[in-house]
Write a protein that binds this ligand. Structure first.
Ligand code: EPU
Length: 598
């Protein structure tokens, strides 16, 4: 078999997902061993496209056809290695069906995975997603994960600790995302036919009901029976299991905000003064049970699930998801987060502000731009919102942030990325507190910016902050790419006179502000972007900002399909006139401008 036989073009991959929503991939390939994987990786189809590795597709929602390369493992085989009377290692190929693995273990008297019976998907994904149900998570039994490293082209092993497992979470969803392909997973199990994890609600009374200590078979069958009463069978009704995660919020927030709104709201206590709230309960009690939108439905037997009743589109599922999130936010003050991986390569950008540090109009100025009645000549301080892959990211928190957020109708921000510490880019940080009620806002910035903010906004970083102030989960970044919930972000360093500024590239989109110079190595990181937003203060040169000509020179070097100029001052001239004078692929940005990058 040659590598050409492995790679297929324009493939319908609907049957590789469980939602039953039609989806195609530009390229699709499956491999049964590392040799085939390496051959695929050498092809131009693989190298020149965005790559997505899927498992059983039971946790995916494609928002649109995938304009890239989809890979799937067919590495099969289950092998057993008996260490001693109390430990058996079971090694499963990434492509082994999860239910086959659980059945194998139950049949062979190997205890550990029986509570995880009936979960759709494959063994490889169990390590990425840390699947969990009925009191057990995959991490409780994963011993080692064997992966292919796309960077070093070597096979590497991750220990359980190195996988940094969390609730439906692992290192493979964060910094290791996209770098490793899981080849095999090794589980550490106990040779025993009697089940031991019986602490979860419906399993607690099983021994009493049966009149004997439940066997692995008993637990497997009971779990499958419970699942069948609550969860749709993906062969009949499309879904991706739980659509939302159960929110984990500070105990104080639960007590002061959630309970104040509904004293009946259940919770489970967690370490570190946090509590977990069942999202299914919130959705049901917000009156959303059975709520429908174009064929997508809040599954009445388990409100955590969005079901495809037959002809739902991805847009309908996403629309229902947004409706649920907005309703729960309004009623309980909690923002739910999808547990499903939303694959949405479309990037929606909204210019929140396109003005320089003083904004336009400048207070007290009587120039024709400042007096213009054209709304495009009214420029608040520079910042943008980027929505993609189910995430909403804010780049810079300008002093006009409160107004900008209200104007755009933004209900949620998943993370904030800062370009630098100048007041016109961070002055609105306190206004982020609305989005910090149930979480610490993740903020990505350089070390120097973080230091500066710790000094200026010390009240946000105290051990016991005044209730209600914004709180942050600080991520210091340098020149290396980083990941936000699996989304790759490439920082690009530019210079604002002698101050380093971070621009950000997300897929085919890049945002750069306050640049005066950029070196070749950093400019190379912009190659291939379709849409570039870049600062241009005015026509006349400035010591720390690009002029229009300087910005155009960079645009001509990068050659994006389209570019927008931002961080504009009143000296630029009237939008109506200047915009028409620019080359065809270059436009002036303006406040509230919305862009779609495919
Ligand atoms: N509840 C409601 N209404 C509903 C759904 C749930 O009031 O529509 C209440 C239940 O009565 C219960 C509580 O919410 O008091 C929790 O419900 P349940 O025990 O069914 O668990 P869950 O939180 O809804 C989680 C996992 C499931 C897993 C079950 C069982 C997540 C996101 N989901 O659901 O995992 O099977 O526990 O352990 O953690 C999946 O990941 O796809 C999945 C199905």
């Amino acid at each position: 078999m040659t590598v050409d036989d492995l790679i297929h073009k324009d493939v319908d991959i609907t049957s590789y997902t469980t939602f039953g929503i039609k989806v195609k991939a530009k390229y699709f390939a499956e491999y049964s061993n590392v040799r085939q994987l390496e051959a695929i990786m050498r092809t131009p189809e693989y190298q020149q496209n965005e790559v997505l590795h899927i498992g059983g597709g039971s946790n995916l929602l494609f928002a649109n056809d995938y304009n890239g390369f989809v890979l799937h493992s067919r590495i099969e085989g289950i092998t057993e290695y008996r260490k001693n009377d109390t430990t058996v290692y079971v090694i499963a190929g990434a492509g082994v069906k999860w239910t086959d693995l659980v059945d194998y273990c139950v049949e062979h008297g190997l205890a550990g995975l029986e509570n995880l019976a009936g979960i759709p998907g494959e063994a490889g994904a169990s390590a990425i997603q840390n699947v969990g149900a009925y009191g057990v998570e995959a991490k409780d039994h994963i011993f080692k994960v064997e992966c292919y490293d796309r960077l070093s082209h070597k096979i590497v092993n991750f220990t359980n600790e190195e996988c940094r497992f969390g609730y439906r979470d692992s290192i493979f969803k964060h910094e290791a995302k996209g770098r490793y392909f899981v080849l095999r997973v090794c589980y550490k199990l106990t040779p025993c036919t009697i089940a031991s994890d019986l602490n979860y609600g419906p399993l607690k009374s099983l021994a009493e009901q049966l009149g004997h200590a439940p066997t692995l078979h008993d637990v497997r069958n009971t779990v499958i029976a419970i699942r069948n009463t609550k969860l749709p069978d993906p062969r009949i009704i499309g879904s991706a299991g739980s659509f939302f995660k159960n929110p984990i919020v500070p105990a104080k927030f639960y007590k002061n905000i959630v309970l104040a709104r509904d004293p009946e709201t259940p919770h489970y206590e967690l370490p570190d003064e946090m509590v977990k709230i069942p999202a299914g309960w919130l959705i049901e009690h917000a009156g959303l049970k059975g709520c429908r939108l174009g064929g997508a439905e809040i599954y009445p037997k388990q409100c955590l699930v969005i079901a495809n009743t037959g002809n739902a589109s991805a847009a309908a599922v996403m629309g229902l998801c947004t409706h649920v999130r907005e309703t729960i936010l309004q009623k309980y003050g909690i923002l739910l987060h999808p547990e499903v991986n939303i694959i949405d390569t479309d990037i929606h950008v909204e210019i929140l502000g396109s003005g320089t540090s003083k904004g336009v109009p400048e207070p007290g100025c009587a120039c024709e731009v400042c007096l213009s009645s054209d709304s495009r000549d009214k420029r608040t301080r520079a910042s943008v919102l980027v929505r993609t892959h189910g995430l909403t990211l804010l780049i810079d928190a300008s002093p006009d942030l409160r107004y900008q957020i209200l104007r755009s109708g933004t209900k949620d921000i998943d993370a904030t990325l800062l370009t630098h510490q100048h007041y016109d880019h961070v002055g609105g940080i306190d206004d982020l507190r609305t989005f910090c009620m149930d979480k610490d806002m993740p903020v990505y910035m350089r070390h120097a910016v973080s230091e500066d903010l710790h000094r200026r906004l010390d009240y946000c970083f105290r051990k016991h902050p005044y209730p209600g102030v914004p709180t942050f989960d600080v991520h210091e970044i340098d020149k290396a790419p980083f990941y936000i919930e699996g989304l790759k972000i490439i920082p690009i360093t530019v210079m604002h006179a002698d101050l380093p500024i971070v621009g950000y590239r997300i897929g085919n989109f890049a945002y750069i502000t306050d640049a005066k110079t950029i070196d070749d190595e950093e400019a190379d990181k912009l190659k291939g972007v379709k849409t570039l937003i870049i600062n241009a203060l005015r026509h006349r040169p400035h010591f720390s900002h690009f002029s229009v000509d300087e910005a155009i020179a960079l645009i001509n070097k990068i050659k994006p399909q389209e570019a927008y100029l931002t961080h504009i001052c009143h000296d630029m001239g009237l939008h109506e006139i200047i915009d028409r004078q620019l080359p065809d692929n270059i436009k002036l940005a303006y406040d509230s401008l919305k862009l779609l990058i495919k």
